[in-house]
Design a protein around this ligand. Structure first.
Ligand SMILES: Nc1ncnc2c1ncn2[C@@H]1O[C@H](COP(=O)(O)OP(=O)(O)OP(=O)(O)O)[C@@H](O)[C@H]1O
Ligand SMILES: [Mg+2]
Length: 401
């Protein structure tokens, strides 16, 4: 049987029965399409006590249609990335039950008990384990897929297996080009049009963005998740799950760290004007800043421990090298955090953290704050040499308003 889109509930149910042993043969099953993303079709199949998720990739972007073709190899990449992540942090990703190459579909664990992090952050829900879990996910997935740990042959195989041009092209354009020019794909609140125009004239900023882009294009450092924004993270008070690594490729480690830090900062900018009590919003901003600190410290400590104890290449075992490496990684992470914040403010894909501010003037205020933070991180990333300095810099921007 060759590839075809699931065309009915029965189709999806037959596929679920065939590719898992979660359900009894005579058990009645239900299916619902739950995909709220842009790119793929996602279904939940439920029986009396169990459920699973099926994600199918079509040869184009779901919400656009055939006008935006996209390689279906992305679903193989997603399945293999989830399986690799599960080797290092099994508790932090949904289990892949089956990947079916012919139907371009993944059958996986239902993580419905966890809340989408973007929604949780807009609702100002505090998740006590989140930052530690994110730091551990980043340290383990990035270290064990880098040349610090893998041998020459393993690393080159990894790079080869995760060549992902279609999805990389999307990031190359949306992160590093569109927001820095008057691109037709951009979406800009008219009240901040002049701020965007000013940013397009800032050649010092554009030079730094070009340097970050070239790293993104060339630095095959570690296997990235590639799309680590708050919509790819699900969490509750007792756990965290990270989904949707279809943008995975071997790139600069700071890109994943920066993407998620950027999403914390987008919420901080949003909280300046979201609805609700001012003291409660400020308190949540503080909680997010502590979260950034915890995330980085967890990452840094664990990554350093891995470097000192498990680096296999003897030429990279110096503790001075670990210090240098981590300092570089912080600077990269801050730079990529800045590009995430800017592209989500004036680029194509915005975030609910700011978009749900109904009043256009207030939304513009949060957008200006986001643009300011993004520019600081990109331009000052080499001078900000500890996470505490970064937090102080952000606090300075929050309190000088
Ligand atoms: N394993 C899962 N368990 C429960 N719900 C899931 C699971 N995987 C996906 N979902 C639901 O489906 C939605 C879309 O999933 P996902 O983000 O993987 O799709 P996508 O089409 O790749 O989206 P995007 O446009 O963000 O790339 C998620 O936001 C979540 O609500
Ligand atoms: Mg996706």
């Amino acid at each position: 049987m060759s590839f075809r889109k699931f065309s009915s509930d029965t189709d999806v149910i037959d596929f679920a029965r065939h590719h898992s042993d979660l359900f009894a043969a005579d058990e009645p099953l239900q299916v619902e399409e739950i995909g709220d993303g842009n790119i793929n079709f996602v279904y939940r199949v439920s029986g009396a006590t169990n459920s699973l998720i099926i994600k199918q990739a079509l040869p184009y972007v779901r919400i656009i249609g055939e006008g935006w073709p996209l390689s279906q190899d992305r679903v193989r990449i997603e399945a293999e990335a989830l399986q690799l992540e599960a080797k290092h942090c099994p508790d932090l990703v949904p289990e892949v039950y089956r990947y079916d190459a012919e139907q371009c579909a993944i059958v996986m664990e239902d993580i419905g008990a966890f809340e989408n992090l973007r929604i949780a952050m807009v609702q100002r829900i505090k998740l006590p384990l989140l930052a530690e879990h994110l730091g551990r996910f980043l340290a383990d997935t990035l270290f064990y897929t880098s040349d610090l740990y893998l041998n020459t042959y393993e690393k080159k195989e990894l790079v080869k297996g995760f060549i992902n041009p279609d999805l990389c092209k999307i990031s190359e354009e949306l992160f590093f080009w569109d927001p820095y020019c008057d691109h037709e794909r951009n979406s800009i609140n008219t009240l901040i049009r002049s701020d965007a125009e000013q940013l397009w004239q800032d050649s010092a900023l554009k030079l730094e963005v070009a340097r970050l882009k070239v790293k993104f294009l060339n630095q095959s450092e570690a296997l990235l998740h590639g799309d680590l924004h708050s919509g790819s993270v699900f969490a509750n008070v007792s756990g965290t799950k990270i989904i949707d690594p279809e943008f995975a490729y071997v790139g600069p480690a700071g890109f994943d760290i920066g993407s998620i830090i950027g999403n914390y900062l987008l919420n901080i900018a949003g909280q300046a004007n979201l609805s609700g009590d001012k003291a409660e919003r400020s308190d949540y901003q503080q909680w997010l800043l502590v979260g950034i600190k915890t995330l980085w410290h967890t990452f840094e400590q664990r990554f350093r421990e891995h470097m000192l104890a498990e680096t296999r290449d003897p030429s990279l075992q110096l503790s001075e090298y670990a210090d240098w490496y981590i300092a570089e990684l912080l600077a990269d992470s801050l730079g990529y955090a800045g590009t995430e914040v800017i592209r989500r403010t004036i680029g194509l894909a915005h975030v609910m953290d700011i978009e749900s501010i109904e009043d256009a003037e207030r939304r513009a205020d949060s957008e200006r704050l986001a643009l300011k933070l993004g520019q600081i991180l990109i331009k000052e990333r080499a001078a900000l040499d500890s996470i505490d300095q970064v937090i102080d810099r952000v606090l300075g921007e929050l309190y000088c308003r």
